[in-house]
Design a protein around this ligand. Structure first.
Ligand code: IPE
Ligand code: IPE
Ligand code: MG
Length: 265
């Protein structure tokens, strides 16, 4: 059971264990999406170059992924590089790509031992060939894993994804009457995945920055001022507890099932 597993992993008397005991494991989000933002500002506060923020951010990625797996979350999607991020200085982009490659290679063992399946969403064919190769190896090696699905959004843009979906629809010769919401969802990179229930953004910006535009139609949004390199499992537990207090109505009215569990008890 996820709770026992988690409590044996966390120190039983720790604040994290207290947070986890307050979680309702029957109402965890099926899909958590995270805009990992604030690496540059984290570095700036320490008078370090921006790339040091990206380097420090990989520790947060590691901790969040392992925690997601131990919680038994079905899907977690991390926004790592947007189609707009090519506008950054070439040296920063090159460091991000190098970190990504190294990360995927060094974390493969952790993905395998945690039964995590790796997916990548975005315009992958435009990434450097060595990065594509590393990703392909990790996706292949983890493809039969049955636990958490980790999607990394790379060279990803929500509008680009919709453009690609329309192109795919035209290439398949679909007719107007063939198109409905389910068909559109099927044409997106996230085909087969549930929509995110919870969208987390670190470092305080109140914007979506072209992330999962279609899929977040009814996601609950949680913004924390914490910079991504400082984000730890405690912050993930806090976000999940906050999510469990929300009343989700999907345009309808309050019902017993839309009310948060704590309030209905
Ligand atoms: C997020 O941190 C990482 C990427 C977008 C790749 P930033 O690099 O955007 O950091 P800030 O927002 O400038 O602080
Ligand atoms: C969003 O962060 C993209 C990623 C986290 C990969 P940005 O830092 O690129 O977004 P803006 O520029 O602040 O909107
Ligand atoms: Mg940013």
């Amino acid at each position: 059971m996820a709770l026992d597993d988690l409590l044996s992993w966390l120190a039983p008397a720790s604040p994290d264990a207290d947070l986890v005991r307050r979680l309702d494991f029957d109402r965890l989000p099926a899909h958590v999406a995270i805009i990992m933002d604030g690496n540059g500002r984290w570095a700036g506060r320490r008078h370090l170059p921006r790339v040091e923020g990206h380097r420090a951010g990989t520790r947060a990625v590691r901790e969040v992924i392992e925690t997601a797996a131990r919680l038994g979350l079905g899907h977690i999607t991390l926004y790592a590089f947007s189609v707009e991020n090519w506008k950054r200085p070439a040296a920063e982009v090159a460091t991000l790509m190098a970190l990504l490659k190294r990360y995927v290679r060094s974390e493969l063992k952790t993905l395998l031992s945690n039964n995590i399946r790796l997916c990548v969403i975005g315009r992958i064919h435009d990434l450097p060939a060595d990065v594509q190769h590393e990703l392909a190896v990790a996706m292949e090696r983890t493809q039969h894993n049955t636990g958490t699905v980790l999607s990394i959004a790379l060279n990803y843009g929500g509008r680009a994804e919709i453009v690609d979906a329309i192109r795919a629809a035209l290439a398949q010769g679909l007719r107007p009457e063939d198109i409905d919401e389910a068909r559109v969802a099927d044409l997106l990179y996230t085909r087969g995945q549930p929509d995110p229930d919870l969208l987390i953004r670190t470092s305080g910006e109140l914007r979506i920055s072209n992330f999962l535009l279609w899929q977040i139609a009814y996601a609950e949004i949680y913004v924390t001022d914490t910079f991504w390199p400082d984000f730890r499992r405690t912050h993930l537990f806090e976000a999940l507890l906050d999510f469990q207090k929300r009343e989700r109505r999907y345009g309808g009215v309050t019902t017993a099932s839309s009310r948060p569990a704590a309030a209905s008890r």
